[in-house]
Design a protein around this ligand. Structure first.
Ligand code: PLP
Length: 217
């Protein structure tokens, strides 16, 4: 199936309130343009070095999402244009994004990445850490960032119950803040293997790579 057909098939199954982020890491500008020409505007990349040349070369109405671990020394390279950073996993990074956003006279929307998987290797805050951070009024301390929600990655497992339980837990946690704060509106969860479960559990943003563009080498 073509990239356009893949996108259309996913969108048919996606609730209207949920957004598809086409994860274009390792994919060529030509492939990204194929998705663009099918109407796709939200794209996700996980490395700054790869995002920069794509941002330069591709249409300027693309909304670029940074979805992978971000080093503080790379923030300034994307601060002027990044649409949403999904992967804020430390307060140090939050402070750096705030600083660079200030230099660009903008407010950068971010999500806190929450650790929900049973794996050792994934980045992110625990529920307790995220709650402590949000309770300390970060919007006062960091006026050039806006925390709009959470991102989470489930355990990479065949056991659907496990994945569902992890997404469900994050949705419940999200609900506590969503009620208090109208700017809190994004729950980024679900990839090619598990986005249908994520959507059933309340995801508002899915990050799908291989099911849009085909497998990565
Ligand atoms: C690569 C990646 C995705 C997409 O993965 P697929 O399995 O290809 O859909 C989603 N989220 C993050 C953070 C990624 O790095």
């Amino acid at each position: 199936m073509s990239i356009a057909e893949n996108i259309s098939l996913i969108k048919q199954q996606l609730p209207e309130a949920a957004t598809l982020i086409a994860v274009s890491k390792t994919k060529s500008n030509e492939q990204i343009l194929e998705a663009y020409n099918a109407g796709q505007r939200d794209f996700g990349e996980n490395r700054v070095q790869e995002l920069l040349p794509k941002y330069e070369a591709l249409p300027k109405d693309i909304r670029w999402h940074l979805i992978g671990h971000l080093q503080t020394n790379k923030v300034k390279q994307i601060a002027s244009f990044v649409h949403l950073i999904h992967s804020v996993d430390s307060e140090k990074l939050l402070a750096e994004i705030n600083k660079e956003a200030g230099k660009c006279n903008r407010v950068i929307p971010v999500l806190l990445q929450i650790f929900i998987a049973q794996e050792e290797t994934k980045f992110g805050f625990s529920f307790e850490e995220a709650e402590a951070l949000i309770s300390a009024s970060p919007e006062t301390k960091y006026p050039n960032i806006r925390i709009e929600g959470f991102m989470g990655m489930a355990t990479n497992t065949e056991h659907e119950d496990q994945v569902r339980k992890e997404f469900h837990g994050l949705k419940e946690f999200f609900g506590k803040f969503e009620i208090r704060n109208p700017k809190f509106k994004i729950l980024s969860m679900g990839m090619s293997s598990d986005w249908k479960i994520a959507v059933a559990e309340g995801s508002t943003m899915i990050r799908v790579g291989s099911s849009v563009f085909g497998n990565r080498n």
